[in-house]
Design a protein around this ligand. Structure first.
Ligand code: CTP
Ligand code: CA
Length: 224
């Protein structure tokens, strides 16, 4: 084994990370998406690699790039594709972090032809996607499972609810109230909540620094 990697805290560990948005097809040329850049997930992948882990980064459409021999990137488009890719790697991973902004709904039917322009209202029927993270919580064995919560109100309460409901070991509350935080931004403001519902609030900082804070906390709890 490489001498440099052998002294690192996550050497020989497999870390699974989801990142970015998902796109849900309406017709061959249109989709429902969201503003996630994938930046937070890519920063988490880089930090995991710095700590010596073998990283599986499963990303929806993103302009982010990463070049690191410890990071294997798998590109997906829809929530269903992400679900399948995640489950292929979950059973063998040690730590899983769900930072993707997975679509909650997808069109109930995908039109095979491009929808034509008309001068009347158009309704598109939507159905729920599978909750990837909740499905991981259900089949969790020894994995340390980390989720995100994106909230605009009742932040702490909602995040704690997600932690319990999805059987997580840690949840990262993403505060959208802060002007410097969230989608398309270089910075984030997070609060980490553990299974005892202890809250650790951080200042607004770069997503690189946020990724380090998150892994500091994971290492403390994972080795405990
Ligand atoms: N998540 C997921 N699959 C989904 C929806 C969400 O894996 N279909 C994950 C996200 O990656 C995140 C966590 O679940 O780690 C919480 O996502 P969030 O959107 O904050 O919460 P939801 O459970 O989707 O509920 P809501 O959007 O209604 O607040
Ligand atoms: Ca959601």
């Amino acid at each position: 084994e490489n001498d440099i990697i052998s002294g690192l805290p996550l050497r020989n560990k497999k870390v699974l990370i989801t990142a970015g948005p998902t796109y849900e097809a309406i017709d061959p040329v249109r989709f429902i998406g969201n503003h996630s850049s994938g930046k937070m997930g890519f920063e988490l992948a880089k930090e995991a690699a710095i700590l010596g882990a073998n990283v599986i980064l499963i990303s929806g459409p993103s302009n982010e790039n990463v070049k690191n021999s410890l990071i294997k990137r798998i590109d997906v488009v829809s929530a269903e594709e992400m679900y399948n890719a995640v489950h292929e790697h979950y059973t063998t991973c040690d730590i899983a972090i769900s930072s993707a902004a997975v679509a909650d709904f997808k069109p109930s039917e995908v039109f095979t032809d491009k929808l034509k322009k008309k001068d009347v209202e158009l309704s598109i029927k939507l159905m729920p996607t599978k909750d990837i993270l909740a499905s991981l919580g259900k089949v969790k064995k020894n994995q340390f499972l980390v989720g995100f919560a994106l909230e605009t109100s009742n932040e702490l309460e909602n995040a704690k609810g997600k932690l319990k409901r999805k059987n997580l070991d840690l949840i990262v509350l993403n505060s959208l109230q802060d002007k410097g935080a969230g989608f398309k931004k270089e910075t984030n403001k997070v609060t980490l909540i553990d299974t005892s519902l202890n809250c650790l609030e951080f200042q607004t900082k770069s997503k690189t620094a946020v990724a380090k804070d998150i892994f500091n906390e994971i290492l403390k709890k994972y080795n405990a």
